[in-house]
Design a binder for this molecule. Structure first.
Ligand code: ADP
Length: 439
């Protein structure tokens, strides 16, 4: 390039020298120089105009104008750059097409939106599963197309660790699992998976357990009733029958408790009957449960204390909360040896409201803690045979807390005691009205 530049200068000077020489021959060297300069200026302007025209609309023709000398080289370099640019563009377009083809082939719906939810791109499955229209919906807000309030809350909350399950806005019989990821400049990538089959199976399982429990309840009540009558008239029975009847009565009341818990769990699990707008006076509720717990403790003489540091009410279903809290407090009584202590605390801070139940009982090996809320999971079955529990208590607690947007934390050390904490979001706390406070 450097070499060419001095060559161009030499050429220009040679040309000007030639026109000056011709002018000198005719006795007018200055005119000669002037004609040379004007010719060069004119030629330069013509080339600049051709370049300008091509730059104004480069796509109209792939070919750049041809020229010689300095302008010829400029055109050649631009031509090379333009060709490389077109090649890169083609390569990128092919790559984008390939990505779009592969995402279109996916069975899951994929949608790209900006931070505010403006729809930018989606695949064919999203059109089928979510009912988006190919051209009409581009640029629309996703909230206008998926109107479920739970979806808006999920989208705006920016906490996408857990997926969201909703019915499809276009085909209500389809159940979708929505997972959002953040990318780029706070943009969102939404993946919608059809989980209808799983949802139906789960529903069938719940219905089956609920129905079987209901069907078993009536015959069991009859059997228990007769057994109780037999126990009441134990003195009239031959001694060898007495023990058998007592064992049968104990086992049938255990089965009754189990069936009651199964029915309760299947109701709570669906979450459909949760009275979400009701207000619960946790202080009064936990007070009653502690009172019952003292009666349950009886001769074991546990020290049961209740501390309340927040007077606000909790938005939630009282009967479900009663089941959850009583399961935890009665467990503390069951798994704490005589004269042990149980401290119940209801408090609130910036993170939300918390009910803690701390006991000085037998404790739980940490390896069991992650699985403790599974149905019928027992930390050490041999040690808990005599507690008479159903094994469903903590599963009930977990589902009640899910219905109330809360979660259960378990801390425990073998032989030192355990602490079960129910966490609720701050938004569920409601100030008492003056007349409520007076009562
Ligand atoms: P169960 O009816 O057997 O008490 P739960 O679901 O209520 O069933 O509890 C599950 C298991 O968790 C219990 O079997 C027991 O091993 C353990 N557990 C629950 N609460 C406590 C506690 N306060 N202290 C020690 N172990 C506990």
């Amino acid at each position: 390039m450097q070499y060419n530049w001095s060559r161009y200068l030499r050429l220009i000077f040679a040309g000007l020298a030639a026109t000056t020489l011709i002018g000198w021959i005719f006795g007018q060297p200055l005119y000669g120089l002037l004609v040379g300069l004007t010719t060069y200026l004119w030629w330069t302007l013509v080339q600049a105009r051709r370049l300008y025209q091509w730059l104004a609309n480069p796509s109209s023709s792939d070919e750049l104008p041809q020229s010689v000398g300095l302008w010829g080289d400029i055109f050649d370099h631009l031509h090379k750059l333009h060709r490389n640019h077109l090649l890169t563009q083609d390569r990128l377009r092919a790559r984008i097409n390939r990505v779009q083809e592969s995402t279109n082939a996916m069975r899951d719906g994929v949608v790209m939106t900006d931070a505010r939810g403006t729809m930018e791109w989606w695949n064919g499955s999203a059109e089928y599963l979510l009912g988006f229209k190919p051209n009409k919906d581009r640029g629309q807000y996703i909230h206008n197309l998926i109107r479920t309030p739970a979806f808006k809350a999920y989208f705006d909350a920016r906490d996408y660790r857990e997926p969201l399950e909703i019915h499809s806005p276009a085909k209500p019989h389809i159940h979708l699992q929505i997972q959002i990821s953040l990318f780029g400049d706070d943009d969102r990538l939404l993946v919608a998976k059809d989980v209808t089959r799983l949802y139906q199976l789960e529903q069938m399982r719940r219905d089956f357990i609920g129905n079987v429990s209901h069907e078993m309840r009536t015959p069991l009540t009859v059997i228990s009733g007769y057994l109780e009558t037999l126990v009441d008239h134990g003195n009239e029975l031959p001694p060898k029958w007495r023990r058998a009847i007592n064992t049968m009565a104990a086992q049938s009341s255990r089965m009754e408790a189990l069936i009651t818990d199964l029915i309760l769990l299947s109701k709570i699990e669906t979450g459909e009957h949760t009275l979400d707008d009701a207000l619960t006076d946790v202080e009064a509720l936990v007070g009653q449960i502690c009172h019952d717990a003292r009666a349950l403790s009886g001769d074991k003489k546990h020290q049961i204390t209740l501390k309340v540091t927040d007077q606000r009410l909790l938005k939630g279903d009282e009967s479900q909360l009663r089941s959850a809290f009583s399961n935890l407090i009665f467990n503390a009584v069951k798994y704490t040896p005589a004269n042990g202590s149980i401290a119940v605390t209801w408090s609130a801070n910036r993170d939300g409201a918390h009910l803690s139940i701390e006991d000085s009982g037998i404790g739980i090996d940490p390896v069991h803690i992650p699985r403790l809320t599974e149905r019928f999971y027992r930390a050490d079955p041999s040690r808990h045979k005599d507690t008479g529990g159903t094994g469903l208590g903590l599963a009930i607690v977990k589902h009640v807390l899910i219905n109330h947007d809360g979660n259960l934390e378990i801390k425990s050390r073998m032989g030192e005691g355990s602490e079960f904490i129910c966490h609720f979001p701050r938004g569920r706390l409601v100030e008492r009205l003056p007349e409520t406070a007076d009562n």
